[in-house]
Design a protein around this ligand. Sequence first.
Ligand code: AHG
Ligand code: MN
Ligand code: MN
Length: 353
Amino acid sequence: MDHNKLALPVGTTLDRFIMRKQEDFPYATGELSQLLRDIALAAKIVNREINRSGLIDIAGAYGSQNVQGEDQQKLDVIANIRFIRALRNGGEVCTIISEEDDEMIQTGNNQGKYVVAIDPLDGSSNIDVNVSIGTIFSIYRRVSPTGREGTAADCLQPGTHQVAAGYVIYGSSTMMVYTTGNGVNGFTYEHSLGEFFLSHPDIITPQTGAIYSINEGSSDSFSPGVAAFVQYCKDQQFSARYIGSLVADFHRNLLKGGIYVYPATAKNKSGKLRLMYECNPLAFIVEQAGGKSSNGTRRTMEIEPQIPHERCPFFIGSKELVEKAESFIANDKEACDHKPAPEPTPKKATTVK
Ligand code: AHG
Ligand code: MN
Ligand code: MN
């Protein structure tokens, strides 16, 4: 009898994987590893809240709007608190910028070497209808000296400066996918053990694909180039797939090959998605997986951010498809002009106990 068949190995846990990767960097002090573990812990808690949201009173609207004028859901607020608390208690992060907060959040860890940009819950409109939602995060090393609070310069670095980025997808299974600039790895959550296990090692995205993901409800206000690219996808008989949760649409295309587009529209003149919380982290991941990300004319990660909540048009996915989209919009100024949104009126930041 083969004993291994009686008791199959469970595989590599996220914690062990992070530890092993740390050994690849001889002078690494372990702070980034700890930070990633803090994020994974918060993700497990948020996953628990999401799973039982239909049973307790945490579904639905919170009754307020975030700085971008969008209705906040209770789970947006809960996820924001969970991630801020985990990062503050971890001690490695001096400052956080969050899609749900108007201002920078100072954690009080002035010795912390890192800053984090986070979309605590992505796909809010899908929370109440049991469709996949996510968390997206991005980690930068601070540029200001330690010993004092993080600054705007620490938080407003271009995506090329990211030291790590990732997302969690709360879907048919819950996964965490991340990169530290040395490939992309995906981990699936095992509920009964309470651990993420390596399930998708060294993710490489197909160079091309046959899926396009765009909200065609806004097609009346697409620029001529974007409209022509969508027509190209139809002519090629691509499949249209659009859930309305960026993480889920991105994750599918990353694994299967395809392109996700959120262009400038009449309603969202600079596109809808946020450079710091959504576009840059996914751009880092897609590039590490062999794909491409751009605002139509420029590599996403080279855009110099002006404000934390800045938006930009977003074309991301298989390299050939993003290049094809860029070729359609090359003369299409309207689709690619990068105009940061005006500075919003500052309100106060979340206080987490
Ligand atoms: P968030 O829930 O973090 O505000 O993000 C919602 C985003 C993104 O997840 C999704 O791809 C996009 O909004 C959908 O927008 P449309 O409804 O305009 O297509
Ligand atoms: Mn989002
Ligand atoms: Mn969000």
